[in-house]
Design a protein around this ligand. Sequence first.
Ligand code: C5P
Length: 401
Amino acid sequence: MTDPIKGKHILLGVTGSIAAYKAADLAGKLMQAGAVVDTILTKDAAEFVTPLTFRSLTHRPVITNLFDVDSELAIEHVGLALRADIVLIAPATANVLAKLAFGIADDALTTTILATRAPILVAPAMDAHMYDHPTVQANLHTLRSRGVTIIGPAAGRLASGLVGMGRMVEPLTLVEYVRWNLGKHGDLHGKKVVISAGGTEEPLDPVRMLTNRSSGKQGYAVAEAARDRGAAVTLVTAPTALPDPIGVNVVHVMTAQQMHEAVVNAVHGVDVVVMAAAVADYRPASAADQKMKKGPSDSMSIDLVKNPDIIGSVNGPFIKVGFAAETQDLIANAKSKVISKNLHLIAANDVTATDAGFGVDTNRVILIDRAGRIEELPLLSKYEIGHRILDRVVALLKPGA
Ligand code: C5P
């Protein structure tokens, strides 16, 4: 199991907002993720961006007009509606929202949408005053109550010069929404998963801390992969530079003790616990209230006390997966952690490699299970690594595994 977008038919509806130019980027990103993208442009959208742009990016015919005899898709828009695994209208104007709310079918896009039974995602984009208008709000309410997913709009500077709600949500985020929706009935549907990520920060005083080089990328990628297989995911994360993944319940913590408390609170009734966080083994015995001053002595020492072993201390009827970031004796160290922390599986990686481990988007891990079986994975994206780990988790969740 991999990216749920791969091979799926996505019907992309583009309507006449200035944000239509971003829809070209969106079409490209969906294509790169492996989707088959069919685009319908409204007449007004085609004023902002040409059908040729989408045709070039998606390598597929683009519909602008139901009666366009030159378009092979025009005559079979109902077939297109039925074939779609998901519909994404981005950007969606106030006008198209009104039409969808009232079932008006006066062009290729609105006609096709009435004919589809696929999930519909809508990313509104319009001026802030238009968005605030009670009519638009009422139409959004109607669409939501019928199961349409409304994404955004985001706040910020608008083409009109106003600052407010009305910007189309960014293409990368829209791709995440598509993944999340397509994956809802995946092999972790109905399962609860808790994941830890990031490097904990242990304060010495208000301006200094002990931390490590973890970027949080691998833990976040496991969270996204679990979400994309239908799991309900809680991500307990130490500070990172990463945005909160959409569709995931994110709990922000700073220290190992806070992470411990948050994980203990989150694991009740869960099916899987994956601890990808780089947790400080020790913390300063006390943190000063004020910034520590330089003293006359040429040396100083800091008293450290041991932190709780989070994964080692949570036990229950769930699958436990740990990580072992090592700089030497990778397999031997990882094997002993499987036993000492009572894990079902450990993902071991050599963090001295430049293309794997801390900070980068790729990783090379070795999976070791309780029986000592070793599976060496090739260099993969951290998201793909997340899926490979979850493939093993799904197998472990099967009765009798
Ligand atoms: O012992 P070490 O830190 O190498 O073990 C790594 C694994 O244990 C990771 O899964 C990490 O998230 C987890 N861990 C933990 N609590 C700690 C230290 C590590 O849960 N205090």
